[in-house]
Write a protein that binds this ligand. Structure first.
Ligand SMILES: Cc1cc2nc3c(=O)[nH]c(=O)nc-3n(C[C@H](O)[C@H](O)[C@H](O)COP(=O)(O)OP(=O)(O)OC[C@H]3O[C@@H](n4cnc5c(N)ncnc54)[C@H](O)[C@@H]3O)c2cc1C
Length: 383
């Protein structure tokens, strides 16, 4: 058998799993390369524990260099373009040739695409910014805390709601919640719409109980950092402290390829994760998968993880010359942290016809504890 090179672009949740699994499936004559512009893997699902002061950034990230001992070659570089015809990736360091490619570049955060946004508040999706938000909350004496979803789609449909509930928890612990209004604005009609109306209503009820105002169907038009004012069409809303979910966009490097659909994200077979180019697979937040309901599969780590396992198996099968394909089943789950050491847990099959049936359990201590266990396992298992 000829030796093959498998290149994984991105070492986030999907890329990390794909590189590890494909390495395990293939003998050492084959090369596995992981490319990431960062030097450390950051475990996003723990980010909001930095807000509550339960985690330090260093504790929820791991050095990519550690992968070398597992036989995964790590290249620290910016992916700039993919030449599918010549099976080459152009990076800031060098061109890398591949036999099989896994695109796991996630979603690019683009706060700069909204003038004034980054000057106005804290980015709820960047861990360093979450740490600054935690400091701002500590010094916050009174006024309006606004949680703002700037654009759809955004990864982790639960995150803005968790952000609002955890901020509420912190302010109550501090004994100053009665001096602060918490308002959440989103273009969504209902929280986590893809999970169905029952879950949407349950999340609205959680917000209501904690006196967090939920303002759906609010499309952001502009923001004024000096006046601390957000404009939604003709409507203006003031804030004293702002935490925002930034626009999520496809990676610039992918925008230069023919791999995207009209949605602007990478087109894949929802089961095998193959793109239209036979040696190129894509997964996670970088792809767009249309569900039977017509809505897109949410951008979430749980799907990036499940898809990566399938991609690794399919690449290993191809390397061994097998024709059969492994298929992703669409199962997913999600924790929703609410503070007080509790979380809710939603689970179901998103590929189910005609509609995904997702059930929510909790909130309770057991789900929060399960999330902690999962985090510990994750940071130990893949490094
Ligand atoms: C605050 C927060 C909480 C979350 N909580 C949960 C949760 O509880 N459960 C859940 O399932 N999901 C959660 N998510 C969502 C989850 O983190 C993402 O959906 C998931 O990480 C997507 O995996 P991915 O591999 O597609 O991309 P990512 O994990 O985003 O990885 C992409 C990688 O590619 C690298 N990269 C990007 N562009 C380039 C380039 N041009 N060159 C080189 N490298 C590049 C990045 O540095 C990154 O390491 C959360 C997200 C956030 C922000």
């Amino acid at each position: 058998m000829m030796s093959k090179t498998i290149v994984v672009l991105g070492g986030g949740i999907g890329g990390l799993v794909a590189a590890n699994k494909v390495r395990k499936e293939l003998s050492n004559e084959h090369e596995v390369i992981l490319v990431d512009r960062k030097t450390r893997h950051e475990f996003n699902p723990s980010f909001l524990w930095v807000l509550t002061g339960k985690r330090e950034i260093s504790g929820i990230s791991r050095d990519f260099q550690l992968l070398e001992k597992k036989g995964i070659q790590y290249i620290n570089a910016e992916v700039q373009n993919i030449d599918v015809e010549n099976k080459q990736v152009k990076t800031s360091l060098k061109n890398i040739s591949y036999d099989f490619l896994v695109i796991a570049l996630g979603a690019e955060l683009a706060p700069e695409s909204i003038p004034g946004l980054s000057k106005s508040g804290h980015n709820l999706y960047e861990v360093e910014e979450i740490s600054k938000l935690a400091d701002s909350l500590k010094g916050f004496a009174g006024g309006t805390l606004m949680i703002l979803v700037t654009n759809l789609p955004f990864k982790c449909p639960a995150a803005p709601y968790e952000g609002a509930l955890l901020a509420d928890y912190l302010l109550r612990q501090k004994g100053i919640r009665d001096k602060i209004e918490i308002k959440l604005f989103t273009p969504e009609g209902i929280p986590m719409k893809v999970a169905g109306p029952e879950i949407g209503e349950a999340v609205k009820e959680m917000l209501r109980k904690r006196e967090i105002t939920f303002n759906p169907n609010h499309e952001l038009s502009s923001i004024d950092p000096e006046k601390k004012e957000v404009h939604f069409g003709d409507k203006k809303e003031k804030f004293d402290l702002l935490a925002y979910v930034p626009p999520n966009k496809v990676s610039l490097a992918l925008g230069k390829t023919d791999l995207l659909t009209e949605t602007g994200w990478v087109k894949v077979n929802p089961r095998t994760l193959e793109t239209e180019s036979p040696e190129v697979f894509a997964l996670g937040d970088a792809v767009s998968i249309k569900l039977p309901s017509g809505l897109p599969l949410p951008k979430a780590g749980v799907f990036a993880h499940g898809e990566a396992e399938i991609v690794a198996k399919n690449i290993a099968a191809r390397v061994s010359g097998e024709q059969s394909s492994h298929e992703f089943d669409g199962n997913g789950s999600c924790f929703l942290e609410i503070g007080y050491g509790k979380a809710a847990y939603a689970k179901g099959n998103f590929y189910q016809e005609p509609q995904a049936e997702i059930k929510m359990r909790g909130p309770g201590r057991i789900w929060h504890f399960n999330k902690i266990l999962f985090e510990k396992w994750w940071l130990w298992h893949w490094f």
